[in-house]
Every structure is written in structure tokens, then in C-alpha cells.
Ligand binder design. Structure first.
Ligand SMILES: [Zn+2]
Length: 393
């Protein structure tokens, strides 16, 4: 797809109005670590209590920040904690996959308040734009009145230039140089942010999840693709050219295995759900076999299905060890799209990881969690919230 913007993005909906760097810092701190008192907010941002007060006063007046009634600590002066009023603004997040779009409405504090999904025709870019725009309009009309809407975050897999709102290359979707951000902004008269789907999940964890307490973490996603978002030294790794953490394309699998990216031997070529299904189909000569069938077969001990999940687990475990040896994160979240099949390869993932993790890097905590398409869409909403807050607008 080569798609040229028809309309420049316009500004509509609520303005955050964070007019100084101090206001951005304090607001971000309260958003991600609130409720916190003024002294603590100042300590965490390096500002004086007076500077914190000057930064938050206009935001309290506009209803973005609320001040709780003072509590009475055992020692010292009473503290009136500051918190973001999540309902003061909303964001819409949409994750586009090859056959469906998943949308959510979240509060400013990333709580999901509404959701809807639509099937997509993966072969028509224009039809995808129309379906996503219609989905966003329905969500907006139902749950996010225009006056309080910050905008729309959209995520896709692949190489995404978030600044420019351009999908450079998404092999799963078959899109190249798609000016998705400007196109949707024109259609919807909304601020739109486009982001890589896994990086957006990392932003969500950074601000509203494990990143609140961990100095570094990685989130690895397992499903139709194998992805990895990295958070190191206070920031999500974005890559100088927009690509980083492409763990699914580490060449750790059988060199004969063909990957959707066009290369061979990638982890994804044996460990994506599509690759697992394909292996079981080939073994049984049954083209109509689906993921659910492969899972059922593996549970009944079918040799080909068991081997496919074992191979996937080994490749994922090896990729995890490679990433942990390189980056050394404190926590790794392994987020699986289908919880159902996790039991089929969790043991293999852990075995292979432990076999290859080097020295103290192996001390990192592996947390396997289930993961839904709502979580992907919430990540898209957080990408929008983060972009607006960081720009202060
Ligand atoms: Zn690949």
C-alpha cells in the first residue's frame, strides 16, 4: 500500500494545557505514581513544593487533578494527596490485526470503560480505514463525548514510524509506507498516534504496570507474531530507525523454516500460532485444521502436535535467553494471546530459558500472563495518552 495523506491532522477535543516542562513532569508523576503528596511529587521530580503547587494549581482548577482531603500522618504535617481525575479525559485505542480491529475507550488513567471489535477484510487497505473509522465513531458516540476526548491511538505489528504516523512495513498486514495517522486524522478530525503494537504495550507497562516499580523490564508477546518491548534506563527502547526488540526475527530456529518476513530461520517461523498450525496441518495432510484443533491434538498426545508446540517452546525459550543475556531486565512479562495453549509449552519455554540464560541474568523473573486483544487496544490508547502528555497538549 502506498497511501498519501489527504488532510493534515487537526486538533480537536480536550487540551491538557501542560504549559511548562515542570507541569509535564509533575502531571506525569501523579498520573503514573499517584495519589502522591506535593512534597513527594517534588522529591520525585526534583522540584520544590512551591514549583509543584504552581504547576498543579491550574490543573486542579480545570479538573484534571484532584486534591484529596488531608490525612493525618503519625508525624509531620497533614498530607493532601494529588491524583489525576481519570474521567476528565478519555482516549480511544485500536489494535489492527490481519482479520479484525479491536477498539477500547479508556480513561486518562488507562482504565478500559468500553470495547468493541469488528472483522476486517485484510486485502483492502481502504476497507480497513473505513471499518476502523466507523468503529472509532461508534465508540466515541457511545462512551467518549468529543469535548473530553484526547484522540485515537492505533497500533499494528511491524516497522512503524510513530512520529510520522507511518507504517513503514507490516508483513502480517501486507502494508508498506501507509500514512495511516494522517489518513485517520483527516477522516475523524481527531489527533491520531500510530505506534508499533508491542512498543505500545511497553509504554502501558512503563506507566501503568510493572514499570512503576521495576528499573528495567521486557514484555514478550506470543501469538500470531512474536514481539518484544524493552524498558531500560528509564525509557522504552525505540531504536534509531524505529525497529528494536524484534525477538521474533532472531535466527534461532531451523534454517529451513520460512518466516512471514521473507527471511529464514526466524523464531517466529516456528513459534507463531500460524507456524504451529501449519506444522500440524502438514503432518496430518489436513488443510482445514485450525489452532483449536492443534491444541486439542496436542492435549491428546498427538506426536506431530506435541512436537510443534515443543519446537515453539524451545525457540521462544532460546529467544528469551538471548534477550535476557543482552539486556538483563529485572522482570520479563511473557504475554500469550491464547492462554489455552500456554500449558502446552510453558515447561519447554522455562527449560530452554534456564539452559541458556547466562550467570546472574537468569535471576530475572519470568512472569507468564494471559493477554487479550483488549490489552493490545489499551496499549494503543496509552500510546496516545503518553504522546499528548509528553507534548503537554
Ligand atoms: Zn522473520
Amino acid at each position: 500500500v502506498v497511501d498519501v495523506a489527504r488532510t493534515a491532522p487537526r486538533s480537536a477535543g480536550i487540551e491538557l494545557g501542560l504549559r511548562t516542562p515542570a507541569a509535564v513532569d509533575v502531571f506525569t508523576r501523579i498520573l503514573t505514581h499517584g495519589p502522591i503528596g506535593r512534597l513527594e511529587a517534588g522529591r520525585q521530580t526534583g522540584l520544590t513544593a512551591g514549583a509543584v503547587t504552581r504547576a498543579v494549581a491550574p490543573l486542579i482548577a480545570r479538573g484534571l487533578i484532584r486534591e484529596d482531603s488531608p490525612n493525618s500522618p503519625a508525624r509531620g504535617r497533614p498530607i493532601a494527596p494529588l491524583r489525576i481525575d481519570g474521567t476528565a479525559a478519555h482516549a480511544i485505542g485500536v489494535k489492527v490485526t490481519e482479520d479484525a480491529a479491536f477498539g477500547v475507550v479508556t480513561t486518562l488513567t488507562a482504565d478500559v470503560v468500553d470495547r468493541e471489535s469488528v472483522e476486517l477484510d485484510p486485502h483492502s487497505y481502504d476497507a480497513v480505514i473505513d471499518a476502523v473509522a466507523a468503529l472509532v465513531r461508534r465508540l466515541r458516540d457511545r462512551s467518549a463525548p468529543g469535548s473530553a476526548l484526547l484522540g485515537l491511538g492505533v497500533t499494528v505489528s511491524g516497522d512503524v514510524d510513530g512520529e510520522a504516523g507511518i507504517v513503514r512495513d507490516s508483513p502480517l498486514l501486507g502494508w508498506r509506507e501507509a500514512h495511516l495517522g494522517a489518513r485517520l486524522a483527516g477522516e475523524l478530525d481527531l489527533q491520531v498516534v500510530v505506534e508499533n503494537d508491542v512498543r505500545a504495550l511497553a509504554y502501558a507497562e512503563q506507566w501503568f504496570g510493572v514499570g512503576r516499580d521495576a528499573d528495567s523490564f521486557a514484555i514478550m508477546t506470543i501469538g500470531a507474531g512474536i514481539g518484544c518491548g524493552l524498558y531500560v534506563n528509564g525509557g522504552v527502547v525505540e531504536g534509531s530507525f524505529g525497529v528494536a526488540g524484534e525477538i521474533g526475527h532472531l535466527p534461532l530456529a531451523d534454517p529451513a523454516a520460512r518466516c512471514v518476513c521473507g527471511r529464514s530461520g526466524c523464531v517466529e517461523a516456528v513459534a507463531s500460532t500460524g507456524a504451529i498450525v501449519e506444522a500440524v496441518r502438514a503432518a496430518h495432510g489436513e488443510r482445514s485444521l485450525e489452532l483449536g484443533d492443534a491444541i486439542r491434538l496436542a492435549h491428546t498426545g498427538d506426536a506431530a502436535a506435541v512436537a510443534a508446540f515443543d519446537g515453539a517452546g524451545r525457540a521462544i525459550g532460546a529467544a528469551l535467553a538471548a534477550m535476557v543475556n543482552l539486556v538483563g531486565p529485572e522482570i520479563v512479562l511473557v504475554a500469550g494471546e491464547g492462554v489455552a495453549e500456554f500449558d502446552l509449552y510453558e515447561q519447554r519455554i522455562r527449560e530452554e530459558f534456564e539452559a541458556h540464560a547466562f550467570g546472574s541474568a537468569a535471576r530475572c523473573e519470568l512472569r507468564l500472563t494471559s493477554h487479550t486483544f483488549d490489552d493490545w487496544a489499551r496499549g494503543a490508547a496509552v500510546a496516545l495518552i503518553r504522546s499528548r502528555v509528553r507534548r503537554g497538549v
